[in-house]
Design a protein around this ligand. Structure first.
Ligand code: SF4
Length: 186
């Protein structure tokens, strides 16, 4: 039996079989390293990062209840490799879930700065996106992107856990695409 992935030695033109297409010619790479996969390091790191996102355990208001629900057994974010983590020191993602009052602005910035790079932010709900029902209130920040950079916005008041899960999938896609773009830019 022919070994899978083993190089096929043939003379020029031998690989053609009528109505079956061409057999790809053997390459030097296959002869030296049979069955090896190649990938760009950027994309490999991105694959590892997007598959093990640790979210900072951090909630501000009613949206945080939906975020907690997304982590519980019914929705089970663990199956995406997403684990909630009680320290910014090892967290990759900050989910800003709730109303960002001005008193919380400095603690939010501090927590963000304590997270190691690379790090990402999801603004969950209309309060974190643009102030929501408290738009132009004297005590509320009109969107957490006035304090820290945001990667994904999840609309709703409150968004359901499924909406947050969709936002996380969008973030995973963004991490992959950013790595691919870095690869082509260099
Ligand atoms: S968006 Fe709605 S549910 Fe979420 S924190 Fe604001 S008021 Fe509460």
């Amino acid at each position: 039996m022919e070994k899978r992935g083993a190089p096929v030695e043939m003379n020029f033109g031998e690989g053609y079989k009528p109505n079956q297409g061409n057999t790809p010619a053997s390459s030097v790479f296959e002869r030296v390293l049979p069955n090896a996969l190649t990938a760009k390091s950027n994309e490999l790191f991105a694959l590892a990062r997007k598959s093990s996102l640790w979210t900072l355990s951090f909630g501000l208001a009613c949206c945080a209840i939906e975020m907690m629900s997304a982590h519980m057994s019914h929705h089970d974010l663990d199956r995406f490799g997403i684990v909630t983590w009680p320290s910014p020191r090892q967290a990759d993602v900050m989910i800003v879930a709730g109303t960002v009052v001005k008193k919380m602005a400095d603690p939010i910035k501090l927590l963000y700065e304590q997270m190691p790079d690379p790090k990402w932010v999801i603004a969950m709900g209309s309060c974190a996106t643009n102030g929501g029902p408290y738009y132009k209130s004297y005590s509320v920040v009109m969107g957490v992107d006035h304090l820290i950079p945001v990667d994904v916005y999840v609309p709703g008041c409150p968004p359901r856990p499924e909406a947050l899960m969709h936002g996380i999938l969008q973030l995973q896609e963004k991490i992959t695409k950013d790595a691919q773009q870095r690869g082509t830019a260099s």
